[in-house]
Design a protein around this ligand. Structure first.
Ligand code: HEC
Length: 198
C-alpha cells in the first residue's frame, strides 16, 4: 500500500496533474486525486513506452480530463478492449432508441444512465486510438464528446423520467451526432482486409 501510494504521487508529478484546472467544475478532494492517480498509474503501467511518452506529452488540461473521466466511471474492465466496450455502448444506445420510439420512459432512462456510466476498457481509451492521434490537439475533442454523450445521456434520462419524450428524442439525436463525430475523427474503416487488392 505504501509503495502504491508513493507510486501514485510520482504519477501525479510525472503527469503534471494539478488540483485545479479547466476539467474540474469544482476542485477534486484529496481522496479523489489519490484514486485518480492510482488509476492513471495502473493504466500507464499497461502501456508500451512509446504510448507512455505520447501520454506524458499531453497538456495538463487533457490529463486532468482523463483523470476526471476515470473517476466518474464506476465500471473499469481489466480485460475488455475499446471495441468490446463500444458493443455494449451500442446495445444501450439501441435500447434508448427503442424505448423513445415506444414511449417507454423507464427503459429510456435506465439505458441512458447505463450509457452515461459506460465501462472503460483495459488500459483506458488511449491505447486503442491511432498513435498519431494521441496528441493534445486531437484529444481536445473529448470534452465536447463527454458533454454530448455522457452529460447528454443524463439529460435524456431526466427528460424521460419527467415523461418528456420529445426532449429525450432531441438528446438522442445529439448523442447520435456525437458517435458520428468521434468515429469520423478517431476511427478508420473497421475490419478492412490485407487480403484484398487495393
Ligand atoms: C470518444 C470517441 C468515441 C465516441 C464518442 C464513440 N465512439 Fe464508438 N468507437 C470509437 C473508436 C476509436 C472505435 C474503434 C475502436 C477499435 O477498433 O479499436 C469505435 C468503435 C465502435 C464500434 C465497433 C464497430 C465499429 O464500427 O468500429 C461500435 C459498435 C461503436 N463504436 C459504437 C458507438 C456508439 C453507438 C457511439 C455513440 C453512443 C459511439 N460509438 C461513440 C470512438 C468513439
Amino acid at each position: 500500500m505504501r509503495t502504491a501510494k508513493r507510486g501514485a504521487i510520482v504519477t501525479v508529478v510525472a503527469l503534471g496533474l494539478g488540483l485545479s484546472g479547466a476539467a474540474w467544475s469544482q476542485a477534486p478532494s484529496k481522496a479523489d486525486m489519490q484514486r485518480g492517480a492510482e488509476i492513471m498509474q495502473k493504466q500507464m503501467s499497461m502501456m508500451t513506452p512509446e504510448l507512455v511518452e505520447k501520454a506524458k506529452a499531453l497538456s495538463p488540461e487533457i490529463k486532468q480530463f482523463l483523470v476526471k473521466i476515470a473517476l466518474k466511471h464506476s465500471r473499469h474492465s481489466d480485460t475488455l478492449t475499446l471495441r468490446q466496450v463500444m458493443t455494449e455502448i451500442l446495445a444501450d444506445y439501441q435500447a434508448i432508441g427503442a424505448a423513445i420510439a415506444t414511449d417507454n420512459n423507464e427503459l429510456a432512462s435506465d439505458a441512458a444512465r447505463r450509457l452515461a456510466n459506460h465501462r472503460l476498457p483495459r488500459g483506458g481509451m488511449l491505447p486503442y486510438l491511432p498513435l498519431e492521434k494521441v496528441t493534445t490537439k486531437d484529444l481536445s475533442l473529448l470534452p465536447a464528446m463527454e458533454n454530448i454523450i455522457e452529460v447528454g445521456a443524463i439529460r435524456l434520462a431526466e427528460a424521460a423520467e419527467k415523461g418528456d419524450m420529445g426532449k429525450a428524442a432531441q438528446e438522442f439525436g445529439a448523442i447520435t451526432g456525437g458517435c458520428v463525430t468521434c468515429h469520423a475523427h478517431f476511427r478508420g474503416q473497421p475490419g478492412t482486409s490485407e487480403r484484398l487488392k487495393k
